[in-house]
Ligand binder design. Structure first.
Ligand code: FAD
Ligand code: SF4
Length: 281
């Protein structure tokens, strides 16, 4: 079920986000979640990280010609991430799932722009999304970008995460078929068995940059997607712009559900407070 908001249509936006107005115009505002016009939970037929909605959106956008390529992250060599430009449905499908590392999406975007690519989608964390919007305003004014932003409470340093998982759980993360961050736990699946520990036990493996980051829901994306607020196997979807609305409209073979919005708002506030605390310490 869609829980479309009935807040007044206003061009005013979050004053902290100077990049919002040019991209997220004419849509409704809801303070804590940023600008948006629709909020729902959904599950596709794709076995993705959660509801496979990011992959479903990318496949739809490519099929409908909304972009020519998508910058996504593919798992390579054990548990390492590589940013690639996916131009076929097969490449997009091969990139489903999350790798909890901070990756250089922006670098790949600049590379593609230098090759004169003009119509691109990007899947990215909030930090990368903010940088990409800045680039779009300066270096890439003529590039048509669709940003699918992920929710993100934090990423890990690859080497330190590998060591910490070995110490805490006794498994090699390179052998994981899936990793999940859920309800305060880091879960590693190896050969149909699940191993988990508290995220706080992995604190030393956190990417240090993330400590000062206060953005959880990718406020500058066209569509934001995460697991918080949805039940297992579903993705929470926040549609923020006209471009995002076009992409998210009429998704086929998708089951919808209600979103637990207070949980998302709680995490938004918690991440902001945490960043402020770390910054002032
Ligand atoms: C570092 C990180 C931290 C996250 N933390 C949270 C959290 O705290 N709470 C929450 O609700 N959700 C979090 N997420 C989002 C969540 O893991 C899922 O990506 C989201 O729910 C979408 O699921 P899906 O099944 O719709 O995606 P899928 O259809 O499986 O597609 C996932 C997409 O994400 C891309 N991707 C994978 N890894 C990365 C990466 N490192 N950087 C950029 N793109 C990537 C893939 O290329 C793919 O296109 C996080 C994601 C990342 C990458
Ligand atoms: S916590 Fe912030 S800095 Fe770290 S990966 Fe997520 S969005 Fe980027």
């Amino acid at each position: 079920m869609s829980t479309k908001q009935q807040t007044k249509n206003t061009p005013s936006h979050n004053p902290e986000n100077q990049n919002e107005p040019p991209f997220l115009d004419e849509f409704q505002e809801e303070g804590d979640l940023g600008v948006y016009c629709d909020l729902f939970s959904a599950k596709s037929q794709i076995m993705g990280q959660d509801g496979g909605i990011v992959t479903a959106l990318l496949l739809k956008g490519l099929k409908e010609g909304l972009f020519d390529a998508a910058i996504v992250v593919q798992r390579k060599n054990g548990y390492s991430a590589e940013v690639i430009s996916a131009e076929t449905p097969e490449q997009i499908l091969a990139s489903k799932g999350s790798i909890y590392h901070r990756v250089g999406t922006t670098k790949k975007l600049l590379e593609l722009v230098a090759q004169n690519k003009k119509r691109l989608a990007v899947v990215c964390t909030p930090c990368e999304g903010a940088t990409i919007r800045k680039i779009q305003q300066t270096l890439c004014k003529d590039v048509e970008l669709t940003i699918i932003g992920l929710f993100c409470f934090g990423a890990f340093n690859p080497q330190r995460l590998k060591e910490a998982i070995k110490t805490q759980l006794g498994v090699d993360i390179d052998r994981a078929t899936k990793t999940q961050v859920k309800q305060g736990k880091f879960i590693v699946s190896v050969e149909e068995k699940e191993y988990s520990c508290k995220i706080e036990d992995l604190i030393k493996a956190s990417d240090r940059v993330c400590g000062g980051c206060g953005e959880f829901v990718s406020m500058l994306a066209d569509v934001s997607v995460g697991s918080a607020g949805s039940k297992d196997g579903y993705s929470t979807v926040i549609v923020r712009s006209k471009k995002g609305a076009k992409l998210a409209a009429n998704l086929v073979d998708v089951q919808k559900d209600i979103v637990d919005k207070p949980i998302i708002v709680k995490l938004v506030k918690l991440k902001k407070e945490q960043a402020k605390k770390n910054y002032t310490q």
